[in-house]
Design a protein around this ligand. Structure first.
Ligand code: 8YV
Length: 320
C-alpha cells in the first residue's frame, strides 16, 4: 500500500548489471525504470552519461559489482544481488558510501544441500561412473567395482551456516556422523567443532565445503588439508571454487592422495581444468547448487521484495 509520503515505485531507477533470472528481469522492467548495462555498446560512455539516474543496481553472485561500477552511480542506495554469495561485490566499498547490499539467503539452503548430498552419493556410490558403464555396454562383460558406504562415516562440514545445517540434516539421515569447522562454534548444535580445517580434515572421511568465498577463505583447502583428509577421503564443494587450491586438488585426485571429489564450483567458471574431466573419481556439475525452478523463483522474489522495500522506505528484508 502506498500513501503520499512513500516514494512512487516507478520513480526508482534500476540498473541491471547483467542477464538475471528471466522472471526477475521481466518484473524489474515492468515495475521500474531500468537499463541493461551489459547491452550498452560503450559501457563507459553510458555510465558517464546516465550513471546519475540509478538508485539501485541489480546484480548476482556471478556478475558482481566492483568499486568502479558503484562509483559511477553517484545516487546509488542499494545493490540488490541474486544469490547468497556476495564475494564478487565490494561490500566494504558499498558500506563506506552508505550503500546497502542485499542478497538472497535461506531460500536456497535446501537445494544447495541437496546438491551436496547428490554429489557425495554420486561419488561414494560411483553413480555417474555406473551410468557410463551401463551405456558403454561394459556390464555384459565385466563386474562394476564396489563403492563406499557413507553410513557410519564422519562428514566434516566446513561452513556451518544455513546451508551447512541443511547438509548436516541430510547426511545424518544417511547414517553419517557430523563435525564442523567455521569461524565460530555454534552453541545450539550438538556436532563436534574443530577450530581449524586441517584438524577437521584429519578426522573426516568426507569434507563438504559450504562456506562463503572471498579473500578471507581463498585456498583454505590446500594440499596439506587434502593430505590430512587422506587416501579414502572425498571432497564435495558447493561453496566457491576459490576456497580450494584447484591445482592441488587435481594433483591429489590424480595421485590418489584423496579418493574422489564432487564439484559444483570451480576457480575459473565456466572453465574446468581438463585434467578433472578425465578422472573417473570426480563428479562435475555446472554450478547448479540453487538451480531449481522453485528456488530460483524464490530468489527472484526476494530480490524484488528488497527493491520494493527500499522504494517504499521500508526496512530491507535481507541486508548483508
Ligand atoms: C547462484 C550461488 O547460482 O547463491 C549463490 O551464492 O552461488 C548460486 O546460488 C548464483 O549466485 C547466481 O548467479
Amino acid at each position: 500500500m502506498t500513501d503520499s509520503t512513500t516514494p512512487d515505485r516507478r520513480r526508482i531507477n534500476v540498473l541491471i548489471a547483467g542477464p538475471l533470472h528471466p522472471d526477475l528481469m521481466k518484473r524489474l522492467e515492468s515495475d521500474y525504470e531500468t537499463a541493461r548495462l551489459w547491452e550498452q555498446t560503450d559501457r563507459h560512455e553510458f555510465l558517464s552519461k546516465h550513471g546519475m539516474r540509478f538508485e539501485v543496481l541489480a546484480t548476482s553472485g556471478a556478475i558482481g559489482a566492483d568499486k568502479a561500477l558503484m562509483e559511477s552511480l553517484p545516487k546509488l542506495e542499494l545493490v540488490a544481488s541474486f544469490g547468497v554469495g556476495v564475494d564478487p561485490i565490494d561490500v566494504d566499498a558499498a558500506k563506506r558510501r552508505g550503500v546497502a547490499v542485499t542478497n538472497t539467503p535461506n531460500v536456497l539452503n535446501a537445494c544447495v544441500a541437496d546438491t551436496a548430498l547428490g554429489l557425495l552419493l554420486g561419488i561414494a556410490r560411483r553413480i555417474a561412473e555406473g551410468d557410463r558403464f551401463v551405456r558403454q555396454g561394459s556390464w555384459v562383460a565385466q563386474k562394476f567395482p564396489l563403492g563406499t558406504k557413507v553410513g557410519g562415516k564422519l562428514c566434516g562440514i566446513v561452513g556451518m551456516g544455513g546451508i551447512g545445517r541443511e547438509i548436516a540434516r541430510r547426511v545424518i539421515a544417511c547414517g553419517m556422523r557430523v563435525a564442523y569447522h567455521g569461524p565460530n562454534r555454534k552453541g545450539d548444535l550438538p556436532y563436534e567443532y574443530y577450530g581449524s580445517v586441517i584438524d577437521l580434515a584429519r578426522v573426516s572421511d568426507v569434507l563438504i565445503l559450504s562456506l562463503p568465498g572471498g579473500d578471507s577463505t581463498r585456498h583454505l583447502v590446500d594440499r596439506s588439508v587434502l593430505q590430512a583428509l587422506g587416501p579414502g577421503g572425498i571432497v564435495v564443494n558447493v561453496a566457491r571454487g576459490s576456497v580450494v587450491d584447484e591445482a592441488a586438488l587435481v594433483g591429489a585426485l590424480t595421485s590418489g592422495e584423496i579418493a574422489g571429489a564432487g564439484l559444483d564450483v570451480f576457480e575459473n567458471e565456466p572453465h574446468v581444468p581438463v585434467a578433472l574431466t578425465k578422472l573417473d573419481n570426480v563428479l562435475l556439475t555446472p554450478h547448479i547448487g540453487s538451480g531449481t525452478r522453485e528456488t530460483r523463483e524464490a530468489m527472484a522474489q526476494l530480490v524484488l521484495a528488497n527493491i520494493d522495500a527500499m522504494a517504499r522506505g521500508a526496512p530491507l528484508l535481507t541486508p548483508v
